[in-house]
Design a protein around this ligand. Structure first.
Ligand SMILES: [Ca+2]
Length: 388
């Protein structure tokens, strides 16, 4: 890690040593304007072989957002099989660094310009693939960093699947979802996975600290990370791998135990695909059976509050919702077939059995997510049909 950090610093600072040319800050350090970062190689970004697609522009204030300097580029620092990629591949972290205006650009009220002296690296959600916004940081005086973690969910990039699902359920091949993790021959690209896992956010934070030092002419005071869901997971990664880099980490609702959680997340769709030829239940049917489970078990915990807290004692059977059963819905769009009821029961109970073998995460009765039939479910099912 030290060697990588040194290489990163050397690549960035080599060109910066040529000597700045712009205004000075109040401590006498020469500092650039925002646009200088894009145009003048002396500041270490323009012409740097470690990055492509560099832009640095002052974004005017708009709505609730204050004006700030936005630096965007793609980090291609890592290359080849040494970093888990295919030969010829590089990292492609799209990175955004948002900087409250420095004194050269008219910023005021902070330790240098409008900057409060601190950094916030901002986490992603889901499978990432888009650059996190930074205005939540810049609006409060922080330098903010965002990244797509090394894959672009808007890219259409056909990935042949050696065991493809039927065309009727095939999601458009792209880098959306988890497909970024596959090579064209269906094997795993560990480099892209590590980028998503932790390298993307690590690089974003390194660039944020370094660009702040260049733009303001002084080192940051505090370095923070904040994220939720996948961003919470990334926060744990930052804590475990780079804890000494940070002064504070907010890791909310972390989507951790990804291998177990992810498996169970796709399990319902996988079962439905295998047994019904579709990727879940239609929404009215799932809502009906879910409400029946809730009605049967809500009160077991002693509080009728719309939640099943005592899931261990809930033994609801979805056959209760089969069309024609006493009390079942008479609406054919809401009541279940026997096969659909079996899938619902497998969705809950089979995961429990698998839990003992694969240690997958437990879904609790009454849990209603990721089982609806639709585009998102199809995408999920495809990913796990690949994984399984
Ligand atoms: Ca309850």
């Amino acid at each position: 890690m030290t060697m990588r950090w040194c290489a990163f610093m050397a690549a960035l600072l080599f060109t910066a040593m040529a000597g700045p040319t712009s205004a000075q800050d109040r401590d006498g350090h020469a500092t650039p304007t925002c646009s200088d970062l894009q145009t003048n190689p002396a500041w270490g970004l323009a012409g740097n072989p470690s990055i492509t697609g560099l832009t640095a522009v002052v974004v005017p204030a708009s709505g609730p957002n204050l004006t700030y300097c936005r630096v965007d580029f793609t980090d291609v620092t890592l290359a080849g099989p040494k970093f888990g990629y295919l030969p010829g591949q590089t990292s492609k972290f799209r990175i955004r660094v948002g900087l409250p205006l420095n004194v050269n650009d008219g910023g005021a009220g902070g330790v240098q310009g409008a900057w409060n002296g601190n950094i916030q690296t901002l986490g992603n959600g889901g499978f990432a693939g888009g650059v996190s916004g930074v205005t939540s940081a810049t609006n409060t005086g922080y330098v903010g960093t965002g990244t797509d973690t090394g894959h672009n969910s808007s890219i259409t990039n056909p990935v042949p699947n050696p065991n493809p699902p039927p065309l009727t359920v095939e999601a458009p091949p792209s880098e959306n979802g988890a497909v970024f993790a596959l090579n064209p021959d269906g094997t795993i690209n560990y480099g892209r996975i590590m980028d998503y896992g932790w390298r993307g956010q690590h690089h974003a934070n390194m660039w944020g600290r370094q660009i702040a030092k260049i733009y303001y002419g002084q080192r940051h005071r505090m370095n923070y990370y904040i994220g939720c869901s996948d961003g919470g997971r990334e926060g744990h990664e930052m804590s475990q791998r780079f804890g000494r880099d940070f002064d504070g980490i907010v890791a909310m609702s972390p989507a951790i135990h990804w291998d177990r959680w992810g498996f169970s997340g796709g399990w319902g769709n996988y079962v439905a695909h295998q047994e019904l030829g579709q990727n879940g239940l239609d929404s009215p049917k799932f809502q009906d059976v879910n409400q029946r489970a809730l009605a049967a078990c809500d009160g077991i915990d002693g509080i009728v509050d719309g939640m099943i807290q005592e899931t261990r004692r809930c033994h609801y059977d979805a056959n209760d919702a089969v069309c024609g059963q006493p009390g079942a819905s008479t609406d054919p769009t809401r009541c279940l077939t026997r096969a659909e009821a079996a899938v619902v029961n497998k969705y809950v109970f089979a995961v429990f059995r698998f839990e003992a073998v694969l240690n997958v995460e437990r879904f609790q009765r009454g849990f209603g997510a990721v089982f609806l039939r639709g585009a998102a479910a199809q995408s999920t099912a495809r990913q796990y049909s690949v994984a399984i």
